[in-house]
Write a protein that binds this ligand. Structure first.
Ligand code: SF4
Ligand code: SF4
Length: 346
């Protein structure tokens, strides 16, 4: 066991560094927080501590991970600082002269504006739901809004996939640069809504730390952006799995999108690329019971030590065939066509 870096004993068995081991001594804490094996439906617990919560079991590990990130490459540290700038400097005041328009027109104009931004590749709208909010955040200020607008920004796949050759620094710059840029876009979109005279807040990136963020993946799935994949991330039929999400919460009149089946779940049943590429063996080939629901699940306690020592890892995103540029759309169409054939034949 190294002091700062661990090592892979064999595929599926990672030995963390002494430092990681001290920061994360409880070897089942993450899966317990996530509710692995629990039959009762409940909302998930916070993986990031609320402000002032000194007793959160992941505090030390998160601090160590933040240090590793900040010092990994100057690019990641730079994105972390910019992330704070977007939160505290960019939001503009709400226009006191409210503009009135139909939900259809606001939805169309909002999406047109968002997709004209360089950091927005996909956008969808859903109603605010209790299940997007961590169980400890019942009084979260964003809960009062009616709508959640989810946006996604593609990573540069050529840069991100360098982790497949052992270069994790380019990947982590894509991951955290993607968080920072998608959050910047979320704040820009919130500002566009504020200019129409309606309340809106944009969240993303490191907002998770001050208890300011909702769970992006369930909201993005409900907003019609994709389906949950075996790698625990969302698979979009436009961007695959290599993208970052951010959200805007608002009360402007809008029309919601609907979740839909894009064939990813079927595809994952017979694909093992992420399972085979995950060094600590955190990805299971079968769905698991998590807070009363059978679903794809990544073993947090196997992933966390490796992922944090490699700053962001993301091998499960870049190894996914859906993430290769131009591949997700045709794969989705193929899966849906196959399903249609099976349904017609039966
Ligand atoms: S980030 Fe993905 S590939 Fe890396 S350890 Fe975690 S689950 Fe495995
Ligand atoms: S690599 Fe294969 S199994 Fe894993 S998420 Fe992507 S499509 Fe699904």
């Amino acid at each position: 066991m190294g002091y700062y870096n661990g090592h892979l004993a064999e595929h599926g068995h990672y030995i963390p560094s002494t430092l990681t081991d001290r920061a994360l001594p409880d070897k089942t804490v993450g899966n317990r927080l996530n509710g692995l094996g629990e039959a009762k439906v409940r909302r998930p617990s916070r993986m990031f501590p609320a402000p002032g919560d000194k007793s959160h079991p992941l505090n030390k590990w998160l601090l160590l991970w933040a240090f590793r990130l900040f010092t990994s490459t100057w690019r990641t540290g730079f994105h972390m600082i910019l992330d704070l700038v977007h939160t505290h400097i960019r939001p503009r005041r709400i226009n006191p002269r409210k503009i009135h328009d139909s939900p259809e027109n606001f939805t169309r104009r909002l999406k047109e504006y968002a997709l004209s931004l360089p950091d927005v590749d996909i956008i969808g709208i859903t109603n605010m739901k209790e299940e997007y909010i961590y169980q400890e955040d019942s009084t979260a200020p964003f809960k009062k809004f009616k709508w959640v607008v989810m946006i996604g920004r593609a990573m540069d796949y050529e840069q991100a996939k360098k982790n497949l050759d052992g270069d994790f620094t380019s990947t982590v710059a894509q991951v955290f640069g993607g968080y920072e840029k998608s959050k910047k876009a979320a704040v820009q979109i919130a500002n566009w809504i504020r200019a129409q005279g309606y309340a809106a807040d944009g969240h993303g990136g490191f907002d998770a730390a001050p208890g300011n963020i909702l769970m992006g993946i369930p909201a993005a799935i409900d907003a019609g952006l994709g389906q949950l994949g075996k790698n625990g991330s969302m698979l979009s039929d436009k961007l695959g799995s290599a993208f970052r999400l951010a959200d805007i919460v608002t009360d402007i009149p809008l029309i919601p999108d609907a979740p839909y089946d894009n064939g990813a779940d079927d595809f994952c049943l017979s694909c093992q690329a992420c399972t085979n590429h995950c060094p600590p063996g955190a990805i299971s080939d079968s769905k698991q019971l998590v807070r009363g629901v059978e679903k794809w699940y990544v073993d947090f306690d196997k992933c966390a030590p490796f992922m944090s020592e490699k700053q962001g890892c993301a091998l499960c995103l870049t190894s996914c065939p859906w993430s290769m540029p131009g591949v997700a759309g045709p794969l989705s169409a193929k899966m849906l066509k196959r399903r249609q054939r099976q349904t017609t034949a039966s």
